[in-house]
Unconditional design. Structure first.
Lengths: 317, 371, 278
């Protein structure tokens, strides 16, 4: 396809002053670029950008089937007074800010355990990673059974060690349900954080840890004074990733509790879904407003977290 | 006939000029070495010849045809890259044939050329291997073979030996010289290694800061450096330079200071007259310095005085570093049996004919009689 | 590397204990699920933790034939494989252009394509539902596939761009001098050399889409078109007490993932964690 260009270029070469040809192999014609990039841009435009804009646009309307009416900021005004929405926001924030600490800490400790040189480290790494691959549907069903009041392993275990009075309806109690979900979620993701931390520890210069050894550091001291500070960028990265994941959380909640009991586990995602597709409220405008607000919150949170956590300079080693 | 002509060839990135008005004619069958430190523009020049870099201004012609806007593939040029750029997913045979497949050359001819190149370069046993399974030297030969099968008018080499270890480098250097002699093609070779330049080049083009500093046969460039840059870049250790006032005494010019003194015998008085009393740069090569008290006393020779601060016995010879009174360090290449202790004051002498003079402002050599 | 001293004595025992307990914690639930998948619900109700005796392999046949899991399985397969194939090709082409060529707006396009990775899915969910309804793609596996392509595009471009950018420029220069055009270079140099990264991306996309739930549950209502995750969920809704059959269905959905994991565990782990390792 470039031959046409070449012939004219060659014909001109003797007379015309040197022009910009495409000799630089890092440049090419717009036609070629478009062949490579256009499909992705079309997919992005049609299936991501357009729907996103449409959601924002829709949030100013009440949409009941084909019956569309402009309502201005009214959806947003309703939102400020929507108690369920605020409960959902609170739950999601608790989950997003607190749970990642649990995830990352578990992952780091497991990684250090493997790095300390236990046998079968390779096997354990693969085994511990398995839950990451299971779908939320599978994890949810599995843990609903684990939490089962009558025969779930949690309550059986408590009864077996004489703590039967602690046995509870883990997913049925408003006070416990969110915690139970957070544990389940952590079960799925700990392996992921472990692998990332392990890779990061392995990329640390071995001499530093050996030097710490000579300075008579135990594993606890090494973790506290050497590994954690040096892994800071990785750990922050993991925290942000976990944070983003939890701001979007839907599947697990929807299958295990449906947001109940009494909105104890309602997240923004499940609430949007309910308002749009589950309740017979027949309006897509209001959930669009929630989605828009949440979209802005997530983007802002990611930007702010990035700023806050990464403002410190990277460690040189 | 594949004459490559660079006519005021320039490369600019925005306001930064990387290659500045390079004029160079590479004769048919010549092995031209582009020599210079990193960042001097030699690789960019080569890439412009290859067609991998747009030419900002000036003309490039190959075989009499201006090829500024001819794409790389139509210039009838082959290139050996510093990293060899072997396709890692193809066997050696496929790598050799890859450049031919595109050129509508029939299969039998491709097979013949690949077989020839493999035989000449001793790659026959390796044809089915992937590049990852080859040693550095073997990869280098495949890269050379890939250029050879193309039977191009011009071969380009971009520091092809810099990834090899020292002993292999010598072998490969000889191999390349041999292939050049056999093929008789025009070759342009970029390197920062003066040994490669001296041993391989028919002519050497020394570049500095995007400009041509000097073009000439290797020994000519070595013995008649055009400026202080060339003087110091060629030669190891580099030429010793001293900025000193030029004294005249009844029409006889000489340098005379506590650090260094020498009569200037290679220059016509008329050439030196305009600089009388002003500073000039005097240069002496390390191998021209001798430790000989008798000669040092004789004013027909040059003499240099300083305090020894490092003695480096290299086995075959000894390098002696001295600090002169002006604070200028200077290195002498002496026989292996000399005995000098660090801290000792030494006098080094040199033949007056071995001195070089450069203009202190421009750094250009002051023209002399025959060396 | 392994020169770091192992903890000794008591510390070593405690470490082994912690590791043992954690391994049981991760693996046991899954083994429990597997054991239930070959037991009947009656047996399970009698003792939820007994060893299968006998192994009721016919549970799988029943789930596959009578409980429609075959339909769900093939629906999932078709949607996932189709979407993965397309997104990998589209993503690879874009990643190559973004990694290789200098052109104005390169980083802007990359940023736009990549940043959607942080979007909460709701921002597109409701509109995509409307759009698919408008274009008669609602309740269609093809429509779901299109959505899946867009879901995995940012990750695909991110992973492949990173890899392609590390292919040495010399290879492209050499191919260019050998007379190959831009598209040929992509097909004959970039794709073969990028195969390891492409394989990782393929596997990763496969697993993530195979497990996808939210868009499937919104965009598919026809029981005949359910994918495995929503099929299982629907089955559970209808037969809440039939634990044995649910477990069997879940196993059917997990087996392909486990098979892929067994063969490509390293690739998969590397791919999934590539974004987090700095």
């Amino acid at each position: 396809m470039t031959t046409g260009v070449n012939e004219t270029a060659a014909a001109r070469a003797d007379s015309a002053p040197p022009t910009r040809s495409l000799a630089d192999p890092r440049r090419t014609t717009w036609v070629v670029l478009m062949i490579f990039v256009a499909p992705a841009l079309i997919v992005y435009g049609a299936m991501t950008a357009y729907p996103a804009f449409r959601t924002i646009y829709d949030s100013f309307f009440t949409i009941d089937g084909s019956d569309v009416s402009f309502v201005g900021w009214s959806n947003y005004r309703d939102l400020t007074g929507d108690e369920t929405f605020w409960i959902a926001v609170r739950n999601t924030f608790i989950w997003s800010f607190v749970a990642p600490i649990l995830d990352v800490a578990t992952g780091l400790l497991l990684a250090v355990a493997l790095y300390a040189g236990v046998p079968f480290a390779r096997f354990l790494r693969v085994a511990w990673f398995t839950p990451v691959l299971l779908s939320y549907v599978v994890v949810a069903i599995l843990w609903m059974w684990i939490y089962n009041y009558d025969w779930g392993v949690v309550n059986l275990g408590l009864r077996a060690v004489g703590l039967g009075w602690l046995a509870s309806s883990w997913l049925g109690s408003p006070n416990l349900a969110l915690g139970a979900l957070i544990v389940t979620h952590a079960w799925k993701w700990a392996g992921f954080n472990m692998v990332v931390c392990l890779a990061a520890i392995h990329s640390l210069p071995g001499e530093v840890l050996e030097a710490a050894e000579l300075d008579n550091c135990g594993w606890g001291a090494k973790l506290r004074w050497i590994i954690v500070p040096m892994l800071r960028p990785t750990l922050l990265n993991l925290y942000i990733l976990a944070f983003i994941g939890k701001m979007k959380i839907f599947d697990l909640v929807w299958i295990m509790t449906g947001g109940g009991p009494l909105w104890a586990t309602e997240t923004v995602s499940t609430y949007v879904y309910k308002r749009a597709f589950n309740w017979n409220s027949f309006d897509l405008g209001y959930p669009s407003a929630i989605a828009t607000v949440w979209f802005c919150v997530v983007c802002a949170a990611v930007v702010i977290l990035n700023r806050l956590l990464r403002s410190t300079e990277r460690l040189e080693y | 006939m594949a004459v490559v002509r660079l006519d005021r060839l320039s490369k600019r990135y925005g306001t930064l000029t990387v290659v500045d008005q390079v004029d160079l004619t590479v004769a048919d069958g010549e092995f031209m070495v582009l020599l210079g430190p990193s960042g001097c523009g030699k690789s960019t020049t080569l890439r412009m010849i290859a067609g991998l870099e747009t030419i900002s201004s000036g003309n490039l012609s190959i075989d009499g045809r201006v090829v500024n806007d001819v794409p790389a593939k139509d210039r009838d040029i082959a290139m050996v890259f510093q990293s060899y750029a072997l396709y890692p997913h193809m066997s050696v045979a496929e790598n050799l044939a890859f450049g031919l497949r595109r050129r509508r050359i029939d299969r039998a001819e491709i097979d013949r050329r690949v077989a020839d190149a493999a035989r000449i370069l001793g790659l026959e046993a390796l044809l089915e291997r992937k590049p990852a399974a080859l040693s550095g030297g073997q990869r280098q030969r495949v890269a050379l073979g890939r250029a050879m099968v193309r039977e191009p008018m011009v071969f380009l080499f971009d520091e092809p030996l810099s990834n090899l270890d020292a002993s292999l480098r010598v072998n490969t250097r000889n191999e390349l010289i041999k292939q050049h002699r056999r093929l008789g093609s025009t070759m342009i070779y970029v390197t920062h290694d003066q040994v490669e330049a001296m041993t391989m080049g028919t002519r050497v083009c020394v570049m500095n800061n995007g400009r041509v500093a000097q073009i000439g046969a290797p020994l000519e460039v070595y013995w008649q450096p055009a400026d202080t840059f060339v003087a110091r870049f060629l030669g190891s250790p580099p030429m010793n330079l001293f900025t000193q006032p030029l004294m005249s005494d009844d029409g006889a010019y000489h340098i005379d200071s506590p650090t260094i003194r020498t009569p200037l015998v290679r220059w016509a008085p008329a050439a030196l007259a305009p600089m009388a009393g002003r500073p000039v740069i005097l240069g002496v090569r390390a191998e021209d310095l001798h430790l000989d008290a008798a000669l040092c006393g004789d004013p027909v020779h040059g003499r240099l005085r300083g305090r020894a601060f490092a003695v480096e016995p290299l086995g075959a010879e000894t390098l002696l570093a001295i600090e002169t009174e002006g604070g200028i360090d200077c290195t002498a290449r002496l026989p292996r049996d000399i005995r000098v202790a660090p801290g000792e004051m030494v006098d080094l002498c040199f033949a007056a004919r071995a001195a070089y003079l450069f203009d202190a402002e421009t750094g250009r050599a002051i023209p002399s009689f025959a060396p | 590397m392994a020169a770091i001293a192992m903890p000794r004595g008591f510390g070593r025992g405690a470490l082994a204990l912690v590791i043992g307990i954690y391994t049981i914690y991760t693996v046991a639930p899954f083994l429990w699920l597997a054991s239930m998948s070959v037991r009947t619900t009656t047996e399970i109700s009698f003792d939820h933790y007994a060893w299968p005796h006998p192994f009721h392999w016919e549970q799988f046949r029943i789930a596959w034939v009578d409980s429609d899991f075959a339909t769900y399985f093939w629906n999932s397969t078709w949607v996932t494989v189709g979407a993965v194939a397309v997104v990998t090709l589209v993503g690879a082409a874009a990643a190559h252009a973004l990694a290789r060529y200098r052109f104005p707006g390169n980083r802007v396009i990359y940023g736009i394509l990549f940043s959607s990775i942080i979007f909460p899915p709701q921002i597109t969910l409701i509109s995509l539902y409307q759009i698919l309804v408008d274009y008669d793609l609602y309740n269609s596996l093809f429509g779901l596939m299109l959505v899946y392509i867009s879901l995995q595009l940012p990750l695909t471009i991110y992973l492949l761009e990173g890899f392609f950018a590390r292919i040495p420029q010399d290879l492209f220069d050499a191919a260019k001098m050998d007379g190959y055009g831009d598209i040929e270079i992509f097909v004959r140099i970039v794709l073969p050399i990028g195969m390891p990264a492409i394989a990782t991306t393929l596997i990763l996309n496969f697993i993530q889409l195979w497990n996808e739930f939210l868009f499937a549950v919104v965009l598919i209502t026809d029981p005949e078109k359910r994918t495995l995750p929503i099929g299982i969920r629907a089955f559970m809704g209808d037969h809440f007490q039939d634990i044995g059959m649910i477990a069997t269905g879940v196993m059917i959905s997990v087996v392909p993932v486990i098979l892929v994991y067994v063969f490509f565990s390293e690739k998969l782990i590397r791919g999934m964690t590539a974004g987090a390792i700095k």
